[in-house]
Ligand binder design. Sequence first.
Ligand code: PGA
Length: 256
Amino acid sequence: MKTYIVGNWKLNFTVGEASIYLHKLLKAIPNYRDTEVVVAPSLIALQPLSLQVDRHKMKLAAQNGFYRDYGAFTGEVSFSQLRGIVDYAIVGHSERRYILREDDKMIAKKVAAAIRNKIKPILCIGETEGERAFGETKDVIRDQLLGGLSEIGDDMVDKVIIAYEPVWAISSGKEAKLAAPDEISEVVKLIRKVLTDTYGKKVAENVPVLFGGSVNPSNAGAYLTVPGVNGLLVGGASLILSEFTDIIETAKRVRA
Ligand code: PGA
C-alpha cells in the first residue's frame, strides 16, 4: 500500500500565497511513486491550483464538500462541483464536528457524495480529551467509523481512507498533547478489527489508516512506523515548506 502524506492547510493562505507555496513545493519534491502527497488548500484556491498542480507529483484535496449535488443550499459547494478539481476530500474533521456541528449522519452523506463523484474521502475520526478520560475511546471510534461509512455499500468501503486524529492531540493554538505511538497502535488495531468484523478481512486490509495530530518532522518517523499506520494527516507543519518536505522525505526513508 502507498504511504499518504496529506497537508491540511485549514483556513490559511490567500489564493496568491497558496499558489506560491504550491510552486515551491512542486520544485522541492521529486516524483515519489510509493508516497502519495496530497495538499488540502481552502476552497477558493482549489480551482486555480488544480490548473497549476502536477498530478504526477501531488494531488489536491478539498477540506469539505456538501452532500447534495445541487439545489437550494446557500453557501455550500458540492462534491459534484469539485469533481475533476480534487482527487481527495477531508470529511468529518473534528473542527467541523465540534465548531460547525457536523454529526455522523451528515458526515456519512458526505462520504457517499464524495464517492459518487469519484473523490476519495478521508474520513476523520477521533475522541476528545473528555471522552478519553472517561474511557470512551473505543466506543467513539467504533461509532464514528461505522456511522461515517453507513451511507455507502459494503463494496465501496475500500474507496475510503480513515484518518485517526485524537482531538486532544491536534494543535489548535492551545497546547496539544502528543499521542504516544503505543496508544495510536491500539486505536489503529481497533479500527482494523471493526472493519474486519463488519466488512471482512480483505476490505479491512485495503483501507489506508492515517494518523494526525501535531505531526512534525521530529515525530513523523515514529508515527509512520506504528504498525498499521499508512500515512499522516499534517496540519500546522504542512504550512511550513521545509517541515512538510522533511516529513515527505521521512516517509520515503522509513517506509522504503
Ligand atoms: P495539526 O492538525 O497537525 O496542526 O495538529 C492536524 C489536523 O487537524 O488535521
